[in-house]
Structures are given as structure tokens and as C-alpha cells.
Write a protein that binds this ligand. Structure first.
Ligand code: GLU
Length: 308
């Protein structure tokens, strides 16, 4: 089997990112699979190379190694999404040939104003305003459009390895979603599907914030005739007040933890994940043999105030 981590290096990693990396890594290593590292730097302005370099240094320091990716074997490279746009373009063209793509000229403000009640996760539901524009209407527009997928009114569901059954009616719960932004950047949903398939990934482990992206990705696997992987959505690490940790929470960032040993960090993360009852310092590799998804808590994790 092959698993991966696919970080977006828009800053130094924080403990929440590391929870997801550690889980993905343990789940693969437990089954003697291959770990792929892919750098999701589609938004190159936000993800300069130096952050990716730092991220790889940090992962190595923590003992989270990879078999394929930058600095390792590269059978399915390149491993930077910013260098893979020709593949995304080819997938887009495949969807265009099936007449499943249309240009959308809505501004951000229009999208928000027209959204049916927003979803709990803040995602805007697209109203379909540009779905049936005529060729003349399109020709009259002055701005470059984004491109959207025409979503069929069907349910897409799957059984998550940790959270169980999850389904969405994409037309109602999401609407026609973006494949390419108006500035030409390909959307995460398209890129991640193209890449996981091209890299032979059979298991995706990532944070539960991406659970609701999975039905969209399953639809794309189907439309592109690609085999879909198994999915596990792991717990999120929340700030003590219940907010999601972000790169702005500097106190949970690796910058602030440089006086700790890597074993202290992996031992503590594993403790929060139910994998290291005593909380003692542990090398990542020492956690592999006892790893089991059934030990991972069902809810999210709260960052204790005293942290490490
Ligand atoms: N690049 C995404 C992130 O850093 C993760 C994508 C994925 O695992 O599918 O949040």
C-alpha cells in the first residue's frame, strides 16, 4: 500500500499539522507501505520554496521519513504541485471533452451574496448563476473566468476508516465547484485527485477538516476514470478555546519548540492520540508496532494550556 502526506507549506508547521503527518506516517509504516511526500504549493506566492525546505528538515528531525518525494526516490515526480500543472490541464481537458466544465464570472462578493445558506464549515454553496450562460453572454464578459465542474444531482459517499459513513448530495450541499481559479491557479480538489492517482496512493490520511472535500474528490475520480484510495480523517488539534489551530498560533509552531527534543514532541503527540499512555518521550519509529486506528480518539483534540 502507499500513503502520503501532502502539506501546503505556507509557513512553519504547527502541532496540528504534525498530528496529521504522524498519523499518516504511522498508518503506512505499520503495514510496511510506502510513504510519499508531495508539496502542495499550487499557490506559489503563499508557499515559497524555503518553507518547503524547512518543512522537510523538520520532518526528518522528527523521524518522519518518506520513500518517494523530494530528496528520495522520484518515480512519479515532480513532487511539487507547482511543477505539475500540465497534468492538471490534461485532466481539465478530459472533463471539458465530456462537457462538464463551464466558465464562471461571479465575483467573490456575488458568490457570497447568492450562496444558499452557507454550510457549517463556512463553505459557500454555489448558486449556479453562470451554469447556463449562452455563448453570446460569455463572449460579452470582460473578465477572465474561473472554471467550474457541472455537478450531477447525485449522492457521493464513502466509509471513512475512522469516522464511518459520510455522504453528500453535491448539487445541494456544495454546488458546481471550482476546478481553476480566474487567475489560472488550479483548484486543490482537482490537483489532489490527479496527483494521488498518478502517485499510486492507495490510502489518504489527513485532518477531519477535509472530510467534506472527499465526496467532491470521489466524483472527480469517477469522472476521470481513476481508482480512488481509502480515506481516514484524523482528529484536529484545537486551541484551548476550541478554535482551529492556524499558522498564526505561533505558540503551537515548531519555531517555539526548538528547545524540545524530537522524541518529546512525537511522544506528546502520540500521547494526545491515545498511542502513548505514559506520555514519555518516544521516537516516531518506536510507535509503529503498537499503532492501531481503533486507539485514535473519536473527537478532536484540545491543545492543553501547558502544551509540551
Ligand atoms: N495540502 C492540504 C493541507 O495542507 C492537505 C491536502 C490533503 O491531505 O488532501 O491542508
Amino acid at each position: 500500500m502507499t500513503g502520503r502526506f501532502a502539506p501546503s507549506p505556507s509557513g512553519r508547521m504547527h502541532l496540528g499539522n504534525l498530528v496529521s503527518c504522524l498519523l499518516a506516517w504511522l498508518s503506512v509504516r505499520k503495514r510496511n507501505g510506502r510513504v510519499v511526500l508531495r508539496i502542495e504549493d499550487l499557490d506559489t506566492a503563499r508557499c515559497p520554496r524555503r518553507y518547503a525546505e524547512q518543512l522537510m528538515k523538520d520532518l526528518r528531525w522528527l523521524g518522519l521519513d518518506w520513500d518517494e518525494g523530494p530528496g528520495a526516490a522520484e518515480p512519479n515526480g515532480p513532487y511539487y504541485q507547482s511543477e505539475r500543472t500540465a497534468l492538471y490541464q490534461a485532466a481539465l481537458e478530459k472533463l471539458m471533452e465530456k462537457d462538464l466544465v463551464y466558465p464562471c464570472f461571479c465575483t467573490r462578493a456575488e458568490l457570497h451574496a447568492a450562496s444558499a445558506p452557507h454550510r457549517e464549515d463556512g463553505q459557500v454553496i454555489y448558486s449556479g448563476a453562470c451554469r447556463n450562460l449562452t455563448a453570446a453572454e460569455i463572449a460579452a464578459k470582460k473578465r477572465p473566468p474561473s472554471l467550474r465542474l457541472r455537478v450531477p444531482p447525485e449522492e457521493w459517499g464513502f466509509v471513512d476508516g475512522r469516522l464511518g459513513a459520510y455522504r453528500e448530495n453535491l448539487a445541494e450541499d456544495c454546488g458546481d465547484f471550482l476546478l481553476r481559479r480566474s487567475d489560472g491557479l488550479f483548484a486543490y480538489q482537482l490537483a489532489v485527485v490527479v496527483d494521488d492517482a498518478a502517485m499510486g496512493v492507495t490510502e489518504v490520511v489527513r485532518g477531519a477538516d477535509l472530510l467534506s472535500s472527499t465526496p467532491r474528490q470521489l466524483l472527480l475520480y469517477h469522472l476521470l476514470d481513476l481508482p480512488a484510495p481509502a480515506f481516514y480523517h484524523g482528529p484536529l488539534l484545537l486551541a484551548p478555546d476550541g478554535r482551529r489551530l492556524s499558522k498564526r498560533d505561533a505558540d503551537a509552531g515548531l519555531d517555539q519548540l526548538q528547545n524540545r527534543t524530537p522524541e518529546e514532541i512525537t511522544g506528546t503527540l502520540a500521547h494526545w492520540l491515545g498511542l502513548n499512555p505514559s506520555g514519555e518521550p518516544r521516537k516516531a519509529a518506536s510507535l509503529v508496532s503498537d499503532f492501531d486506528w481503533s486507539k485514535i480518539p473519536q473527537g478532536n483534540l484540545i491543545l492543553p494550556r501547558d502544551k509540551l
